[in-house]
Design a protein around this ligand. Structure first.
Ligand code: FAD
Length: 457
């Protein structure tokens, strides 16, 4: 094959890049393309830092391509039109890209494939951002799993690192030279696509992702002991990189498996949680709109909009919840322990529909993944696959005492409590701080009653 396109989407890097590897194996010349899709961008806030993260990561790729005499082609518009158009302009015989299994992406790719086939261009896709994808891990009845632990056991049993965790090194000498591409290159500042520059909370790009991994690896053995404390940097902060593909998922699995410690095993299990939720979404796309557990699909959550707004603003009178929500509003980041606490609080203390919290997270989370976010919210509100039992409810005070015992995290984000300590801090006892908007012990009984009506009916 003389010429091919590699269309990058959730794989914004140049190393261990499967689609680019396949393209450079198959073709004499390869152009790397990214499309800013208005269907994804238009609903977002104009200062969305995820768009800035993508933009900055692309900038880094472009710099690296320029060092090799090539350039990144960037367009703004509907990929269903632009990819076939670019293939014609470049005389590309094939377009290579990695799978994206989110429902809207599948439909987009179906249309792109159809148009490419009509004009005689091949569309070759490969697995990249998951090690095991839809229905590759099945139970004894050949059905997808509904519970994580048996899924993860089979996931590990069927893993063949020599096949599943191969490092794909693209031959970058095959990239088409800039001179040939001059007529298709567009100028592409962040303003050109309608957004304002705003640095994301975590540095963008493949180099920064590699630095994050290098910072985390010396701590991996202690991961099991450190991962639950929001004031400690005990986790990897790599979810954003997995989301945008600024690091290879396979590389993280290789690293986890190369170590023999409880911490590494625990981290491996977290990476598998991501695969599990992706599997659940791929096999049950209806969970984008409704509960996985059908008994809860018509559940009416009685919580009020006023409480929802106070939760978003970090003004509930529960210090650990408020600190988490204020941090989130400012950074787009939230520690996993805190995500569980605030999701439980919204649904089981404020009795607000989990879909509202899920949508708020989706609008702001730097590492937003449809599958993991949906899985996390349905788990916390007890309506999903492998959910937290409805009668087990997080007590925000006890969570605070256990996971932020000195109040280090709380004091960072709730300055009203800077001078308070001990039990008073965890209870938010201060004249300067808002009073609790609900009583946890009253609300938790209401939540049990609400969720048990469906279980018993
Ligand atoms: C309500 C709720 C919503 C969530 N929404 C998202 C989301 O949109 N995107 C997202 O990536 N994660 C989500 N999570 C999972 C988890 O909170 C984040 O993956 C984690 O906090 C990211 O931090 P880290 O990279 O330092 O993780 P580490 O602790 O270093 O874990 C390594 C990787 O494992 C994966 N992982 C860890 N925990 C989970 C989990 N519970 N479920 C799925 N994957 C996991 C992530 O890819 C993470 O980067 C959500 C959890 C909850 C409870």
């Amino acid at each position: 094959m003389k010429r091919a396109i590699c269309w990058i989407r959730r794989d914004l890097r140049l190393t261990d890049h499967r689609a680019l590897h396949q393209a450079t194996e198959a073709a004499e010349g390869v152009a790397v393309v990214f499309i800013f899709d208005p269907a994804i961008l238009d609903p977002l806030d104009r200062d969305d830092t995820r768009v800035n993260f993508i933009h900055q990561s692309l900038f880094e790729i472009d710099e690296k391509l320029k060092q090799r005499g090539s350039t990144l082609i960037v367009r703004h518009g509907n990929p269903v039109d632009l990819i076939p158009q670019l293939a014609r302009e470049l005389n590309a015989e094939a377009v290579f890209t990695a799978h994206d299994l989110e429902p809207a992406a599948l439909e987009r790719d179906r249309q792109v494939r159809q148009k490419l086939i009509e004009q005689g261009t091949e569309f070759r896709t490969c697995k990249d951002h998951l090690v095991r994808q839809k229905s590759e891990v099945l139970n004894q009845s050949n059905l997808p799993f509904r519970v994580y632990t048996p899924y993860s056991k089979v996931w590990k049993a069927v893993l063949d690192p020599t096949k599943d965790l191969v490092e794909y090194t693209p031959d970058l000498s095959k990239l088409i030279s800039t001179a040939e591409l001059a007529n298709v290159l567009r100028s592409w500042t962040i303003q050109d696509i309608g957004f304002q520059p705003k640095d994301p909370w975590l540095k963008a790009g493949e180099d920064a992702a590699k630095d994050r991994l290098a910072t985390f690896l010396p701590k991996i053995d202690a991961y099991g002991d450190q991962r639950d404390f929001p004031a400690t940097e005990g986790t990897s902060y790599l979810s954003v990189d997995l989301r945008f593909g600024t690091i290879s998922n396979r590389e993280l699995f290789r690293q986890a498996l190369s170590r023999d410690s409880k911490g590494a095993e625990k981290w491996l299990n977290e990476l598998i949680w991501r695969e599990f939720y992706a599997d659940v979404l791929a096999n049950n796309p209806q969970i984008v709109h409704t509960t996985f557990n059908p008994i809860y699909k018509d559940l009416e959550w009685p919580g009020t909009d006023e409480h929802f707004e106070l939760w978003k603003a970090g003004q509930t009178g529960y210090p650990i919840v408020d600190a988490a929500m204020r941090c989130f509003k400012e950074t787009g980041w939230m520690h996993n322990r805190l995500r569980m606490i605030v999701a439980s609080f919204l649904t089981k203390d404020l009795l607000v529909d989990y879909k509202k919290g899920e949508a708020y997270f989706a609008s702001k989370l730097l590492d937003f993944e449809l599958a993991s976010n949906s899985g996390g919210w349905q788990w916390a509100s007890s309506v999903g696959v492998d959910a937290q039992p409805y009668f087990r409810i997080f007590n925000p005070y006890l969570q605070s005492v256990k996971f932020d015992s000195e109040g280090e995290f709380i004091k960072r984000w709730v300055p009203e409590l800077a001078e308070v300590s001990g039990e008073n801090l965890h209870r938010g006892e201060s004249e300067n701080y808002v009073k609790p908007i609900v009583d946890h012990f009253v609300q938790k009984d209401l939540a049990v009653r609400l969720l048990s009506t469906k279980t018993e009916s």
